[in-house]
Design a protein around this ligand. Sequence first.
Ligand SMILES: Cc1ncc(COP(=O)(O)O)c(C=O)c1O
Length: 460
Amino acid sequence: MSVMQQLSSPISSSSSAFLSHSSFNSRSKNVSVPAKRIGICKCVAVPQEAQTAYTTKVSRNANMAKLQAGYLFPEIARRKAAHLLKYPDAQVISLGIGDTTEPIPEVITSAMAKRAHELSTLEGYSGYGDEQGEKALRAAICSTFYNGLTVTQDDIFVSDGAKSDISRLQVLFGANVTMAVQDPSYPAYVDSSVIMGQTGQFQKDVQKYQRIEYMKCTPENGFFPDLSTVPRTDIIFFCSPNNPTGAAATREQLTQLVKFAKQNGSIIVYDSAYAMYTSEDNPRSIYEIPGAKEVAIETSSFSKYAGFTGVRLGWTVVPKILLFSDGFPVAKDFNRIVCTSFNGASNIAQAGGLACLSPEGLKAMRDVVGFYKENTNIIVETFDSLGFKVYGGKNAPYVWVHFPGRNSWDVFSEILEKTHVVTTPGSGFGPAGDGFIRVSAFGHRKNVLEACKRFKQLYK
Ligand SMILES: Cc1ncc(COP(=O)(O)O)c(C=O)c1O
């Protein structure tokens, strides 16, 4: 690949955010708009100054070179761009990217607006805050999400989102740890591990990186890995309710996971970014499992509860009793990393977070979550009625549709070609995702209904 080609090809990403940025240009455009208005040429826009043959003497980080450029999301973007060239008037609907679409409830934005205005006053101005987050917000997160779970407010580190925290946690662990992930899983775990240098090369034949344990999660095992076959790793990333499968682990399963971690002396990084979508009796937090505080970190986010994907606010819990092998508290090192690489979440976002956790804010968040869950039901019913095996949906805003024996990319292309709806091919989340399509429930109701109408026409 020439330097120019490398510069103009979309950059690989660990997240569905890249469904939108350069080629899709539609992070906030889940409304069906005439395709012509979507800036498809942006995907190949190269800054003028980049068009030079001059190279520095700095060698590229070899770990970056291991990443699978163009593997999932840039490839989706490329295919969508090609689709828009072919059908310039198509009303494209994106149910691919996991980005929220509904307005942030007024009770929350008004608190942010108030805080913003206070910053213009002598009395109300504040600059850098505590890196760990404002005390009131840490207390509110603790009492709302960890009530009765012996998590204390100083175990909580407020952040600019769970994704940044995943990378900060990887910096905390360093290059020499081994890690396991659910297969399929949210791509940020694997990509941040590659960037940190924890892995070997990507093995094209099996679609896996060396030195990562891929814990297969399929309908056959109820989307929970057979831990008796999983080798010991230092770190276990575990997301429940899961993106992309929508599966939520049961109390018994999480009890097994904690026991497994304890036997192996591993640390679990538990991602509960979708916990509020849980309808059934599944745990909302890993700390509901006895003993979890000795082996687990939990990361979570306001993104999918309150439409904060753009506002940016999340948190990570690192219990003080979680220790490295030499007895050093993990929280102390994490605090050091947070203080070194992060100056705290935006004070305006934190005011929003606090409003989210007021009684009115909580009700408003439940309504937002409820709205997306209705979308989920519509999507589930649609694929159900068409005779597909459908998973997820009950406890997560993602529907995982099975197309047995088919290549996920072929199904993705078929749906895009015939319905102008963008989904996500399951294989992009890991090799065990092949044969599946993830349909996101984040969308305006009319778009979801329209997409479902088109699915029905295609597969009737
Ligand atoms: C499982 C999971 N964790 C974390 C994130 C990122 O959350 P945030 O917006 O807080 O960075 C996402 C976003 O899609 C996700 O699906």
